[in-house]
Ligand binder design. Structure first.
Ligand code: ZN
Length: 382
């Protein structure tokens, strides 16, 4: 039996003085191994990850562990409780309008001086020093900023401080109405096949404020800078290094399906997929977890296209998620009852490319210009 420790992290205060808190669960293995950080529910309506963390904890009680795993459900207590009528909002900070998952920190200017100063250090020394530098930067922003930080930054930075101490990071999200998909840094392609997720987006090295980027971009930039200076600095497990002589740093956004719902049975399946990846990375001492055989489709981030509604109306979403849809086949039809009798009440929406529909808008009523679907275009089989 592994011991699970629990701590309550204060991430802010409400106007009434009530503390904003998130629970932090930790399991520590007896052997050395990778440190893992998993969080869920940064966006208020995206709740399935909490159920996955429950199922992971249930499994991890009895699995022999190397390294450590830190799990944070309800990562954003403001977003989580942000309701309007029967719906959960919680995608944007209601005061600033900023997306809760765009408030993390990365300062590219630290890379070059660090790389030059540590060019001849051992991999272990570099790993320790760079991690300490990133944690120190976050602590500075949290504790020594005379002009203060926003509510969202305070939450994000505290989560990020935990994430920076890990080697492998999973940020559990969902789409609106969505199939499962995975955001994977391009350098970690080999790892994507260990998750039970049929749709994979490969993302380039660019920071836009999200947690996955905030944790892999620094290491990726560092790797590129070292390469420029003539030093090899692997950050992912490959067939040749098998994790030895490399600093394994991987970070993923895992999109678990649709918002506003949990399904504990599906969460159990989701947890098995994550355990398969953790086993591959040597976090757990087990041979029991293997990725499912499935067709996995991939797409570059730049080919992940949003389709905006050409008109207002009521949408009947037709396209099945996750399956290739031939050019010209309808994605949806839009009902316009105001045109009934003296116009055209039904409009079919299709595209001129073969695509794979991944997610669609959560409501049937849309304005002209609402993001109707997101689709893989120019996809390939992994
Ligand atoms: Zn999200």
């Amino acid at each position: 039996m592994n011991l699970i420790s629990k701590e309550v992290m204060h991430v802010g205060e409400m106007a009434s003085g009530a503390a904003l808190t998130v629970p932090v669960y930790r399991i520590k293995g007896k052997q050395q191994g990778p440190d893992v950080y998993i969080q869920a529910n940064m966006h208020g309506a995206e709740v399935q990850g909490n159920a996955v963390i429950f199922q992971l904890l249930e499994q991890l009680k009895t699995i022999e562990l190397n390294g450590s795993i830190t799990l944070v459900p309800y990562a954003n207590p403001v977003g989580c409780n942000h309701k309007n009528g029967e719906y959960t909002l919680g995608r944007f900070d209601p005061i600033t309008g900023v997306n809760w998952n765009r408030m993390y920190h990365f300062d590219e200017s630290i890379i070059e001086p660090f790389a030059k100063a540590h060019l001849t250090d051992s991999i272990v020394e570099i790993e320790r020093a760079f991690k300490a530098l990133m944690v120190e930067q976050i602590s500075q922003k949290l504790n020594h900023n005379i002009y203060g930080i926003t509510t969202g930054q305070r939450i994000a930075y505290q989560l990020q401080r935990l994430a920076h101490q890990a080697d492998l990071v999973l940020d559990l999200h969902t789409g609106p109405i969505s199939s499962k998909h995975l955001y994977c840094p391009d350098y970690a392609r080999a790892s994507a096949e260990y998750f039970d997720i049929p749709h994979v987006l490969f993302i380039p090295n660019g920071f836009d404020g999200a947690l996955d980027e905030a944790t892999f971009c620094p290491w990726w930039y560092l790797q590129l800078k070292f390469a420029e200076l003539g030093r090899d600095f692997p950050i992912t497990k490959t067939a040749t290094n098998q994790g030895k002589d490399a600093v394994i740093k991987e970070s993923f956004t895992v999109e678990l399906g649709s918002q506003e719902q949990i399904d504990l049975d599906v969460a159990h399946e989701d947890a098995l997929g994550i355990l398969s990846y953790l086993q591959y990375q040597g976090v757990i001492n087990s041979n029991d977890f293997h990725p499912k055989t499935m067709v996995r489709y991939s797409c570059m981030l730049e080919d992940y296209k949003a389709l905006y509604s050409p008109m207002g109306g009521m949408v009947d979403y037709l396209a099945e998620f996750g399956q290739p849809l031939a050019a010209g086949e309808p994605l949806a039809r839009i009902l316009r009852m105001d045109n009934y009798g003296d116009g055209d009440p039904l409009h079919y929406i299709s595209l001129e490319d073969d695509v794979i529909p991944i997610l669609h808008f959560a409501s049937a009523s849309v304005n002209q210009g609402t993001e109707l679907y997101k689709v893989f275009s120019k996809y390939s089989i992994l």
